[in-house]
Design a protein around this ligand. Structure first.
Ligand code: PDD
Length: 285
């Protein structure tokens, strides 16, 4: 079955789906995006993802390409047309097409909207989660507005590639003071040596992860002590557990940071409990 993409009002086979060469997304990475998980054909955490999309557009002074109800319909229709039961749906919006010039195009220029969906092998992620994954650390190399889900992801792309070349799943960015900000496409967490769950508080330096935001109330529910406080690489290495969160992976336990074993070297109980509770609370609707 050929995959189908929504592009500016039309559902097209991927082979014939394209945007203009002067699209500002291509020319300047002048755009934003969202990624929502699909489980059993349903969109997971759709509302917080759309809230964040609204914020990203607002921060970049971009217009909605279509109304929110229409976008929700397009996301569902793209999932349906691609027959995705378990997978991901991507929404990409750019500031539209205009003759190349750094300044914004003329008011009224229509933003570009692309929606795609693809299946993922959930079993593969489950297997990784059972074993745990490795991360490497790299100096923070991104811009000062990491809170915006912009398509300008070059530093993230380079970091992920370095991780892959070292056989790791993810790269953690580390700020000038030695504190972990987040992963190239995930939020970062540890259970420190005292057993307290730590993750960096929201600021311009990290993406306000939807999964992160949904996990925190689950900690309360499960009686897990947590503190939104930055942690160093050293604290991660000496901690009991570490894990990653993102829409694409849920909760992914980490068993090594820069080749140092974390805790027992196996996924920890907090990561496992949060992962199970996260997915089961989503399937309850
Ligand atoms: N990445 N931090 C960064 C830099 C991210 O790119 C992401 C998501 C997250 C986690 O956010 P959320 O829980 O809302 O997925 C944190 C997506 C999955 C991506 O770029 O594919």
């Amino acid at each position: 079955m050929s995959r189908v993409a929504y592009v500016n009002g039309r559902y097209l086979p991927h082979t014939g789906a394209s945007v203009h060469i002067e699209d500002r997304g291509f020319q300047f990475a002048d755009g934003v995006y969202e990624v929502c998980a699909v489980r059993d054909g349903r969109l997971i955490d759709e509302h917080p993802h759309l809230r964040r999309l609204h914020r990203s557009l607002h921060e970049l002074k971009m217009d909605w390409p279509v109304g929110e109800p229409a976008l929700r319909h397009i996301m569902r229709e793209t999932v349906r047309r691609n027959r995705v039961t378990n997978g991901l749906v991507y929404v990409q919006i750019s500031r539209g097409v205009a003759q190349r010039d750094h300044g914004f195009p003329a008011p009224g220029t229509k933003p570009t909207l692309v929606v795609t969906a693809r299946a993922i092998a959930v079993e593969k992620y489950d297997q990784w989660a059972k074993k745990g994954v490795a991360v490497i650390t790299l100096p923070e190399a991104r811009w000062a507005r990491c809170d915006i889900k912009s398509t300008g992801l070059l530093a993230n792309v380079l970091a992920k590639q370095q991780a892959r070349e070292k056989g790791a799943f993810e790269a953690w960015f580390v700020d000038r003071d030695g504190f972990v900000t987040e992963g190239s496409s995930t939020n970062a967490w540890i259970v420190d040596a005292k057993g307290v769950l730590r993750t960096r508080p929201l600021s311009n330096q990290i993406l306000p992860g939807v999964t992160r935001g949904e996990i925190l109330p689950l900690c309360r529910q499960l009686g897990i002590e947590f503190d939104e406080r930055p942690f160093t690489v050293e604290e991660a290495r000496n901690g009991r557990e570490a894990f990653l969160t993102a829409a694409s992976i849920g909760v992914m336990p980490i068993t090594a940071v820069d080749e140092s074993k974390i805790g027992s070297g196996a996924p920890g109980p907090v990561a496992i409990a949060l992962g199970e509770t996260y997915w089961s609370s989503r399937s309850d609707g």
